[in-house]
Ligand binder design. Structure first.
Ligand SMILES: N[C@@H](CCC(=O)N[C@@H](CS)C(=O)NCC(=O)O)C(=O)O
Length: 297
């Protein structure tokens, strides 16, 4: 599978590549940005590990590329960062009936939909965790292994994307995929909050037992933390979505008495909101956390 270039932008010591490709899972074209750090161009040739950044509601690959400042950190430690889109796109793609921001376009929720009319295109779980990494691997590593897209990778995200990162990390735990997970203001218990309930009803239907298979606060209870993994979370205390939608306390409650107790580090940071001013302020800490887990420091 091949990628088309929509532009290459010199940034920090490397380049941001804006790509698009035809996705079989999604059944349409998907945009994705990737930052290749300076080590890609002048490094020692060792494969460069990749961190996936999953964005939140309303975002395209551009938001985090432009406002999270991951690129400086990628050069500091020698990792690459992939910014996927948040949903299928295009005139033929079904959207929220009221075109609201929290469902449909820009709000794929990183699940494989089972409900009509969404099931044909909204296959974001399989896209993010299977099709995209393997497609990138084939494309970039044709001649030599330059980037590590599939094994020994990191995953992180913001809000809905934090939910996607937690779910992917836990579902693939122990399967030699993600060795590092963090999140910025994640939705941790979607079955219990309005954004998640709307998305799960629309994409997965009304079966609440099925919802649990897609909810990190339930999934984590059945995943044994065999290697002492820690998950790093930052949450702004002035985030307008904290009390109704995000609720990091529900994840901490869920892991009580499990192998994850005390392994989820929730840092509530005073005065920060939900925006990229918040995200970019804590990207340096998340970058150091992932760099350590990826063996870069
Ligand atoms: N009130 C916002 C809710 C959506 C929102 O805050 N989205 C966050 C992620 S959940 C975001 O990253 N927005 C885009 C940006 O800040 O660049 C809206 O209606 O757009």
């Amino acid at each position: 599978m091949s990628f088309e270039s929509n532009g290459e932008i010199a940034c920090c010591g490397g380049k941001l590549l804006k790509l698009s490709h035809k996705s079989n899972e999604i059944g349409s074209h998907m945009d994705v940005n990737i930052y290749l750090p300076k080590q890609y161009y002048n490094g020692d040739g060792n494969p460069i590990p990749v961190i996936y950044f999953l964005s939140g509601l309303t975002c395209t690959p551009q938001n985090a590329s432009e406002k999270a400042f991951w690129q400086i950190q990628a050069d500091n430690y020698g990792f690459s960062i992939v910014f996927p889109d948040t949903s299928p796109r295009g005139d033929e793609i079904p959207d929220d009936k009221d075109q609201s921001y929290d469902f449909g376009l820009g709000a794929g929720f990183y699940v494989d939909a089972t409900e009509k009319p969404f099931a044909d295109h909204y296959r974001m779980f399989s896209y993010i965790h299977e099709e995209l990494p393997h497609a990138l691997d084939k494309f970039f590593n044709r001649d030599a292994k330059k980037l590590e897209f599939v094994h020994n990778t990191g995953i992180t995200g913001h809000s809905m994307g934090g939910y996607g990162a937690l779910t992917g990390f836990l579902k693939y735990y122990g399967k030699d995929r993600y060795v590092s997970c963090s999140a910025f203001a994640p939705i941790v218990n979607p079955s219990q909050v309005p954004w998640g309930q709307k998305a799960f009803t629309g994409y997965l239907g009304h079966d609440k037992e099925l919802w649990k298979q897609h909810d990190p606060s339930y999934i984590i209870k059945n995943v044994d933390n065999t290697t002492g993994s820690e998950i790093l979370i930052h949450q702004g205390s002035s985030d307008p979505f904290l009390e109704k939608q995000l609720r990091p306390d529900l994840l901490l409650e869920a892991v009580k008495g499990t192998s994850w107790e005390n392994k989820i580090k929730v840092n509530v940071v005073d005065g920060f909101d939900h925006s990229y001013y918040f995200v970019s302020s804590f990207v340096p800490q998340h970058a150091a956390f992932h760099a350590k887990n990826l063996g870069l420091i």
